[in-house]
Design a protein around this ligand. Sequence first.
Ligand SMILES: *Cc1c(COP(=O)(O)O)cnc(C)c1O
Length: 391
Amino acid sequence: MAGWQDRFPGVAEADWRDWRWQLRHALRGADDLARLFRLTDRERRGLASTAGLFRVGVTPYYASLIDPDHPSCPVRMQAVPAPEEAEAAPGDRRDPLGEDRHRPVRALVHKYPDRALLLATDTCPVYCRHCTRRRITGGAVAGRPFDRAAVEEAIGYVRAHPELRDVLVSGGDPLVLSDERLGWLLGELRAIPHVQILRLATRAPVVLPMRVDEALARLLRAVKPLYVVTHFNHPKECTPDARAACELLVDHGVPVENQTVLLRRVNSSARTIADLNHRLLSWRVRPYYLHQGDLAEGTGHLRTPLGTGVAILEALRGHTSGLAVPHLAVDLPDGGGKITLQPDYRAAPPPGTVPEGPGQWFRGFRGTRHFVPEPPDDDVSCPYDAVFYPG
Ligand SMILES: *Cc1c(COP(=O)(O)O)cnc(C)c1O
């Protein structure tokens, strides 16, 4: 396929490599996109019917990955709205994860006992069509932006809550912020003694890899331990630029994890997920979560049945590196939090078997049946805990 120079003739290499140029030149609607490839009638209807509902924005870099000939291109389907996006599907909600009831301050969600999610901004380089926080990044219907006062208030909340040992900096995409602003934010969090680990949730390696440079890698390393959590959904996104961004971070001692959202007709096959995870692992990026699509408004056409994810895990487990097998997460509606699903490997005893004592029958990944004996005694207390954890 053609390189970016053919898709964006006349753009200087220095501009292309400049992440701010990429943000300034994001494609914002039908006219911009139509200059790049021929929009289908469906895509035109999708763009028209969602205008004013949800933001559209695609970096030239991410747009250059779009297959101009195939509307089912996974990059295209994540970037260009479908007409269904303007319709509510059964179960759709504005606040799919019940976060607003766990928002003690405007820019922070505190749903779990020891960790919180800080919303550093409401803007993104690319507005994903499956976004779970689209009510926040929503453009016309968005609330007040996350200005410095809102972020300072969130930092104050973390400071006042010693139970918070893990803070996820998210948004929006925090890597739309300057190094200076990001350095300030992460520095403030790092200075809070009870904050043990930081996480930075960003799609920049996927949609704006030029954002990840030496200076950023050093900045992130300096506030260690910080984990970058990124969001690759398809092997088509695994470009040399994306690889360079991930490897730069890892080479600087910044671990990179990946969260994939399971999307109907985009990546809803075991082959795609396995290929994606193999590529990521070869860059030392660890697959963390495979997310069942949340009930975010207008994303119903991209969701799969729950069994799709389970079947994908079953196709991976045992058949490939355990490192390539993510947790399948379902974030429950109304604030129930994340749970994980897995294939059920328990099996009935083969007909005619005599019970061998306590234990459980399982089917292995090849389908064979096996018995795992268990000890009769269930005392599992650790006597040394009393010594190691005095008081
Ligand atoms: C997913 C999430 C977290 C982090 O959950 P982990 O399972 O620790 O990765 C924290 N806060 C919110 C609001 C989340 O949605």
